[in-house]
Ligand binder design. Structure first.
Ligand code: CMP
Length: 228
């Protein structure tokens, strides 16, 4: 079996030669999920990591009141589930398929034998974790110091840069409700509505029921970095 391009090009296999990719292809198992299907829940045992070949995955966590915090939306080529695999601890968050999704699964035993032959794969996994920590540090800064406009701008930019949604002629359409955006930005739905109306008047985006089309990420960056 040959690995699909989205999987072969993921950061996990960066710098791995053709023979390594063939060995990885034998170790990886494709798994399909329907739209809305749960992949795993926070607290589950986890013995595998996943690489997204097709579809979108939501990573989220619920607090004690049952309120959902969306941590990330992941697109093809992205990896998740690696934390339980390397730490041998329960899943730190829940994962759900947003639409029809195909994942390539790498079980722990296969991962350990792969990194013995290709230590580069372990180094790449460390890069994935470093990237995420860098992003989370930035997010903590935004949530600590930014007012609602900065938070909403940050949440939209994060989704835009992670290639969530679909490209359009003028930008990118993000399929999410204002309620979901509020959960990502850590603010209320009413505040999101007010900020989105302002961003719409400035021409940064257009909001319709269940979706937001972003035209001007540079404009959102100016909001975030107070350059207006
Ligand atoms: P694991 O703990 O095995 O299961 C949940 C997964 O969600 C976790 O591994 C990571 O792969 C992923 N994850 C957790 N937190 C974040 C985050 N802040 N951003 C992106 N992915 C995350």
């Amino acid at each position: 079996m040959k690995l699909p391009a989205e999987v072969a090009n993921s950061l996990l296999f960066d710098g791995v030669d053709g023979t390594g990719l063939e060995i990885a292809a034998q170790a990886l198992r494709p798994l399909s999920f329907r739209a809305g299907q749960r992949i795993f829940e926070a607290g589950d045992e986890g013995h595998a990591l996943y690489i997204i070949q097709r579809g979108k995955v939501k990573i989220s966590h619920c607090n004690l009141d049952g309120k959902e915090k969306i941590l990330a939306y992941l697109s093809p080529g992205k990896i998740f589930g690696e934390m339980s695999l390397v730490e041998e601890k329960p899943r730190s968050a829940s994962a759900q398929a947003i639409n029809e999704t195909v994942l390539y699964t790498l079980y722990a035993e296969e991962y350990w034998s792969l990194i013995k032959r290709y230590p580069r794969v372990a180094h790449n996994l460390a890069r994935v974790l470093a990237q995420r920590l860098r992003e989370m540090n930035h997010e903590v800064e935004v949530l600590t110091f930014e007012e609602s406009r900065g938070r909403v701008a940050y949440a939209l930019l994060k989704l835009y840069r992670h290639e969530f949604g679909e490209p359009t002629r003028r930008g990118r359409v993000l399929p999410l409700t204002q309620r979901e955006l509020a959960d990502i930005a850590g603010t209320s739905r009413e505040t999101v509505t007010r900020v989105i109306n302002e961003f719409q008047n400035r021409g940064y985006l257009r909001s319709e029921t269940g979706q937001i089309e972003v035209f001007d990420p540079a404009g959102l960056e100016k909001v975030l970095y107070d350059l207006e």
